[in-house]
Design a protein around this ligand. Sequence first.
Ligand code: IMP
Length: 431
Amino acid sequence: MTTTAVYGVHFGDEGKGKIVDFLARDYDIVARWNGGDNAGHTVETRHSKIALHLVPSGILYKGKTNVIGNGVVINLASLKREIEWLISNGIAVSKDSLMISDMAHLILPYYSAIEEKKELTRKIGTTKKGIGVAYALKHDRSGIRLADIEDSDTFEERVKIHAGEYGLDIDAKSILSEQLSLLEWIRQHATIADTVKFFRENRTANILLEGAQGFFLDVDAGTYPFVTSSHASPAGAYSGCLGIKKIDNIIGVMKACYITRVGSGPFVTELGNIVDDKKESVELNEDDDDSVGKYIRVEGREYGTTTGRPRRTGWQDIVATKHSVDAANIGSSFSLALTKIDVLNGLKKIKACTEYRTGNKVMGHFPSSSRELVKCRPVYREFPWAPTDGVTEFEKLPPQTRDYLDFLETETGARIGIVSTGPRRDELIVR
Ligand code: IMP
């Protein structure tokens, strides 16, 4: 009986989907603790590419129970679309394989319009899915939980509160009837239940907890206010999957040699400007930041799974990584899973930021203030690099790669347990 939480070390999009998919085979339950359909977890098999948004990655295996925890916010229309997509692609979704907490909050159709309006002045660069609105209403105590849908008085009363507070002209009854029919459909493919009770009854099960987004997008831990509105750090697993007991292991997933970020907010090691260069091939000049940044984006296929937005790219940031590893280390064992180590195969050297410089001050810690972070410039250490193509054993990685991985382990104090060498399921080195 073991409980493991998997989280993104940086700004999300680290490749958690693939790692959770790999680990899931040894677990009975895979549970998601935060976020909503803003997330996109991709799992690539030899034959297909599967993008999951709300449904935990364990759905790809038979015999697992996948739980959407109480900390997740759910757009029922989008959940229905995802289930339909899975079913039409031969992946079974049933009352036994998918369970949804009846305490999870809903994202109603008008939330995204509220968010778009807020975005005009806040400029966070949200996914425009209404995630922030759902969490804001939850904390403001006028949110609507799944359990509230069938209580028409409560539902209508809350929608009226929202209409009044946001000056919206909305018809509570028609929204209710739409939600009820979505709920009825979802009930045919999933169990909506008290997941606290479920975890209690499955105390001896092996549980894999799956976080969405990444540590620096966590509403408390991240680069506030340029964050999402939920708890992406593993501490959020306790409140977002109420009923789970002690978390034994934490696995931090990060891209081996670089970081990406979508949306606004400080990014100390960012390389070049963000451009929508989806179809371009890149002529690489290793001495030009713009060229390297673009190369990483194209080679790493760094475009949002949910929004298709090109991701900002930058070198590995050890100051940020150490901070994330330190604050997220709440289990009895902590290890790192490195992804996309193959993306920089074309480079002869890579860089990792070891300190920040602001004015004439050099600092080794991650500042709490985003205003301060924006002023930080990276101090880099350079590493020679060599292709990792086709390597299937940790010991057979090129010496350059081993040196860099040793450096990562020494700096973070965390053991590297998994290295992903390509997008496919089987391109994975387990140490
Ligand atoms: P929201 O989660 O839509 O409110 O967006 C808040 C911030 O989090 C924006 O910068 C988004 O780009 C970012 N974000 C949200 N979900 C993800 C994700 O799954 N991966 C990466 N960034 C995300």
